[in-house]
Design a protein around this ligand. Structure first.
Ligand SMILES: Cc1ncc(COP(=O)(O)O)c(C=O)c1O
Ligand SMILES: N[C@@H](CCCC[NH3+])C(=O)O
Length: 446
């Protein structure tokens, strides 16, 4: 059977689709912010590359679109002290979801009052650190947290600033595991059952807690404003109910989940400006209906800032042609895989890739796969790559900046790759590549 019978779509060229703004071709070779991929690969492969100016510009675009209101960069998507300081400089706050993320934001020089803390299972130690740092907001996620946080605030002689995370029943975005506002899951407090109402009432009754607002996060990889608008309507209806009980809601945080293009086939997401305009008009209409003033708005984009700015550079190892029911597929194995990007295995996520060098060869249906002992270890499920791809070639995978390094593992005892920031002025490690000493040093008997 022939190659051509399988669906195969080439990656878009630089300057379009999922690629970051400063990727180009120069005499056929891919070049990021003036640095040839073949030079960047001297740092070792696989390596995550971050187009520094692109990431900063994406952060600024959200701040500009937001105007009056706060943009919290979701650190879970990719956080380092330097990244935290870039975000601060661009006018953002930082959303953290663990003690580690909180520590990194603080290490990056972010003042406590510009940090938010999430988590469905916050430890006393994490909450104590947050309160001692003068955290801007703690997002309460379960009824038991009210007493837990109040006791710690009392012990520290402070008042804890609290948001309440509600589940609106709105479910938007991609995979089931990344949709988080339907009822039967672990996050947030239900509007429907009254759990959210009880927690808000308990917070307002405590002298050690201050109720600052409501939080909603409806899912991930959402490309238009409708899901956020529906969530905003549900949250504002609840704010109306609270208002009739004498409780005002100064701020509403609609969370993250703003989608990106991973392949050339993905639709373009709404611009930051159109997304915010859509959300604000839903909030204003609901507030008019409920007869309450519009609250301050905040959001928590992660992927839409870090995702498209990041790429992964792999080196090709073995290649083979495999007969499928529909034709021949070329398997191109690279020197990383599910340990540096678990999203294809976890969510069936699609990515796309380009060969680093020029080639005149015909394009053939290709699957880029990792080096791990799992058949689900896929890097790019379907892409058209030149037929002459061979051992030693470089392959660049687009839009891996979010949830790539932050979800990386040492599966099969690999060393987790470093993250290199690349700009016109040079390169710098944001995260160092792990060494054999780092990995083997974990074992006391070695
Ligand atoms: C509460 C909360 N905020 C923000 C985000 C960031 O989401 P994304 O990176 O899709 O924008 C997430 C992750 O899904 C989240 O759970
Ligand atoms: N890790 C997820 C997003 C977070 C899901 C829940 N907050 C992804 O890669 O898409």
């Amino acid at each position: 059977m022939a190659f051509a019978q399988l669906a195969h779509v080439p990656a878009p060229e630089p300057g379009s689709g999922p690629w970051s703004a400063n990727l180009r071709r120069d005499k056929g070779e891919l070049v990021l912010a003036g640095h040839a991929l073949s030079d960047l690969a001297d740092a070792g492969t696989p390596v995550y590359l971050v187009d520094e100016e692109d990431m900063k510009a994406r952060a600024r675009a959200w701040v500009d679109a937001m105007g009056d209101g706060d943009v919290y960069y979701a650190g879970k998507s990719f956080l380092t002290p330097a990244v935290a300081s870039w975000m601060l400089e661009a006018g953002l706050c930082i959303d953290t979801a663990s003690e580690g993320e909180l520590r990194i934001a603080l290490a990056g020089g972010v003042p406590g009052n510009r940090i938010g803390l999430h988590g469905n299972s916050k430890s006393d130690a994490t909450l104590r650190l947050a309160l001692e740092a003068g955290i801007g907001r703690i997002v309460v996620d379960s009824p038991g947290e009210v007493d837990q946080i109040a006791a710690l605030a009392a012990e520290l002689g402070t008042v804890a600033p609290c948001f309440v995370r509600v589940t609106t029943g709105v479910h938007a975005g991609g995979h089931e595991f990344i949709a988080t506002a339907h009822e039967d899951q672990k996050f947030g407090l239900s509007l429907a059952t009254g759990a959210a109402m009880d927690v808000v009432a308990a917070i307002t009754a405590s002298p050690h807690l201050e109720f600052l607002g409501l939080h909603s996060h409806i899912g991930s990889q959402i490309l238009d404003a409708e899901g956020f608008a529906a969530a905003a309507r549900a949250v504002m209806a609840f704010a109306g109910e609270l208002s009739s009980r004498g409780i005002s809601v100064p701020e509403v945080d609609l969370g993250g989940g703003y989608g990106i293009q991973y392949t050339g086939l993905d639709p373009k997401p709404l611009s930051e400006k159109d997304m915010i305009a859509g959300i604000r008009s839903a909030i204003e209409a609901s507030c008019q209906e409920a007869g309450i003033p519009a609250p301050r708005l905040s959001i928590e984009p992660g992927r839409s800032i870090s995702g498209p700015a990041g790429m992964t550079l792999y080196r090709v190892g073995a290649t083979k042609d495999v007969m499928t029911d529909d034709g021949v597929r070329r398997y191109v194995s690279v020197d990383g895989g599910m340990s540096d990007n678990v999203r294809p295995a976890l969510y069936g996520a699609d990515y796309t890739a380009l060969l680093g060098r020029d080639s005149e060869a015909e394009l053939v249906p290709t699957r880029v796969v990792g080096m791990h002992c799992e058949s689900g270890d896929i890097v790019v499920k379907d892409v058209a790559l030149p037929a002459d791809v061979t051992r030693g070639d470089l392959i660049l995978v687009a839009a891996t900046g979010a949830y790539g390094r932050s979800m990386a593992s040492n599966y099969n005892m690999v060393r987790r790759p470093g993250v290199l920031a690349v700009s016109d002025t040079g390169t710098a490690w944001l995260v160092k590549p792990e060494t054999w000493e780092d990995v083997l040093g974990l074992f006391p008997d070695l």
